[in-house]
Design a protein. Structure first.
Length: 227
């Protein structure tokens, strides 16, 4: 059996704190939730990086649930109870703002990893790394050809000694043009992640985006390797 890549001892990641979703009451790891920040005049705005100053509240629901809660006044009530102030200024297009912020944070993360040298682009390079067992995660543009994606998926299964299993790359909700702009490279159709911690960082960002837009969840394999 091939040796899995990057399996050298490393310092464990710090435990992720839990927060409670104000709409469902469910307690979840903070990196599975999105923070809504309270502005000085009661404005509510997405804070997907959880770095805005002042008070915040957390939600872990998808777009449909958020829009339904906002339309029925449940979001306003939950925020009022969380912040214990009023009135609140909740933008009508909060869901649009949140989706765009989640998308941008994921693309920014991919761009940082590209500059840090932890990812590969180009089918030949990715296929070689995959067959050598050096691939930790694989992504495809939304307009990638099915044949090309399937070929890389198979190479990843072979290199991971997981032939016959359902291991495959994640199709991102962004096309090759969007990925090319984010990474500062030309014609980015497929992305291979060669560093396990980078795979975990990207997965954390991508999970929230996919969950919010209702496109499912990233395979947890990359996150499980980050330990």
């Amino acid at each position: 059996m091939r040796k899995l890549p990057n399996e050298t001892p490393s310092k464990p990641l710090e435990r992720v704190p839990h927060r409670k979703c104000i709409l469902t009451g469910e307690s979840l790891p903070q990196d599975r939730l999105v923070r809504l920040a309270l502005g000085p005049d009661g404005q509510i705005a997405p804070d997907v990086r959880a770095k805005a100053p002042g008070r915040g509240a957390w939600i872990g629901v998808d777009r449909f649930t958020l829009e339904t809660a906002q339309a029925k006044g449940k979001l306003k009530g939950a925020l009022s109870r969380a912040f214990k102030i009023g009135p609140l200024d909740i933008p009508a297009n909060l869901a649009d703002q949140l989706e765009m912020a989640l998308k941008q944070s994921t693309l920014d993360r991919l761009g940082l990893e590209a500059r840090g040298g932890t990812l590969l682009t180009g089918s030949e390079k990715i296929q070689t790394a995959a067959r050598q067992g050096d691939l930790n995660m694989l992504y495809h543009a939304s307009d990638a050809g099915s044949d090309g994606s399937a070929k890389l998926d198979q190479a990843w299964r072979v290199g991971s000694d997981r032939e016959g299993q359902d291991l495959r790359g994640i199709t991102l909700p962004v096309d090759r043009q969007g990925l090319s702009v984010a990474l500062g490279r030309q014609n980015v159709v497929h992305i291979g992640i060669t560093d396990r911690r980078a795979a975990g960082r990207i997965s954390h960002m991508l999970n929230r985006w996919l969950h919010f837009i209702g496109s499912g969840k990233v395979d947890d394999d990359a996150e499980k390797k980050v330990a």
